[in-house]
Design a protein around this ligand. Structure first.
Ligand SMILES: [Zn+2]
Length: 130
């Protein structure tokens, strides 16, 4: 369960901010590693994934309502402080909930990305049927 948080801390995940490094033949510049799910031209980094992307709003709402009972003033913290409070927490309950939240969001992301890749593939077809 904590493994997922440890990996997330070490940037060992498949968000665009990391994936962009490994695209061949040319890696994507850091400022162009956009989130493909919300399409607002926002960089998909850890803060975007955990705190901003609307693709996970419902999961996040539930998670925040739980977390705010354990972290003082959680809703009013700046994004940087919020992510730090989660990643650096030593509270077992917070870590368990955070791990569940990450797992849930990554599952949804994987599901949505399959659909996005399918649409892309279709657009890249060398001909159209009309
Ligand atoms: Zn997004």
């Amino acid at each position: 369960m904590r493994n997922i948080i440890a990996k997330f801390r070490l940037s060992s995940h498949n968000l665009e901010i990391e994936e962009g490094r490994y695209i061949k033949p040319h890696k994507i510049p850091v400022n162009e590693r956009f989130c493909q799910l919300c399409n607002y031209g926002l960089i998909e980094d850890e803060i975007h994934f955990v705190l901003v992307c609307e693709s996970y709003n419902d999961i996040r709402e539930l998670f925040f309502s739980k977390i705010s009972s354990l972290i003082n003033n959680f809703y009013n913290l700046e994004n940087g402080a919020k992510i730090k409070a989660l990643l650096a927490s030593k509270n077992h309950t917070i870590l368990v909930w955070f791990a569940k939240f990450l797992k849930c969001c990554f599952q949804r992301r994987a599901f949505l990305m399959v659909e996005i890749e399918r649409v892309k593939l279709f657009k890249e077809l060398p001909f159209h049927f009309n």
